[in-house]
Design a protein around this ligand. Sequence first.
Ligand SMILES: C[S@@+](CC[C@H](N)C(=O)[O-])C[C@H]1O[C@@H](n2cnc3c(N)ncnc32)[C@H](O)[C@@H]1O
Length: 221
Amino acid sequence: MFNDISGKYDFLNHLLSFGIDKIWRNKLLGSITFASDSKVLDMATGTADVALQIAKEKGVEVTGADISDGMLDVGRVKVKTKKLEDLVQLVNGDAENIPYEKETFDIATVAFGVRNFQDLPQGLIELHRVLKADGQLRVLEFSKPKSSFVFWFFGLYFNRILPFVGKLVSKNNTAYRYLPVSVNAFPEGQDFCDYLRNAGFTEISFKPLTFGISTLYICKK
Ligand SMILES: C[S@@+](CC[C@H](N)C(=O)[O-])C[C@H]1O[C@@H](n2cnc3c(N)ncnc32)[C@H](O)[C@@H]1O
């Protein structure tokens, strides 16, 4: 599915989120403590926005991994355009079987990716495995707003308008219908924290962003 929409993904992402995705990425970066030699894994990197922002702003090495070659190809063009080839490496890699030795990375990030893992517990166990002791994990994911007015408005937008515009622009019938369905099915808030705890993570907290439309999860190994 992501291969199919990769060419339109960035455009639709910024359009359909009214650019709020940039604010969320800034919050994600702001929650991480970087050292000059930090090694970062951005899992489910897609077209590499998070990987590129970390490399550009923090000057550290970032590996972006994803199972969609279509998304990675778009990301590779962006890496080249931004002249960040020395810092950003994009690889085909499955979150549920991460192609790196244990304790390789200081920091792992996943932005709007965990919702798509086929086996969520296994993906989290793998992220835990490749992090060094005390390594930091940050997860950004959509969630459902708690205020009933925002929930109603968001529901209308997310279930009706977004799939319509997404289909019109991407020409893909299912991708933008899948988005609200997958958000509804995702174990958010405290439930997701339980998944993190079961995978071995500690010092777990979460912060709803923009009326709870998305949530930032913070934890360490
Ligand atoms: C909604 S996109 C998010 C991309 C990017 N992180 C962002 O913030 O724009 C979700 C990405 O997760 C990837 N993905 C889904 N399951 C995966 C898995 N098991 N391992 C690695 N990547 C996966 C998809 O290929 C897709 O690129």
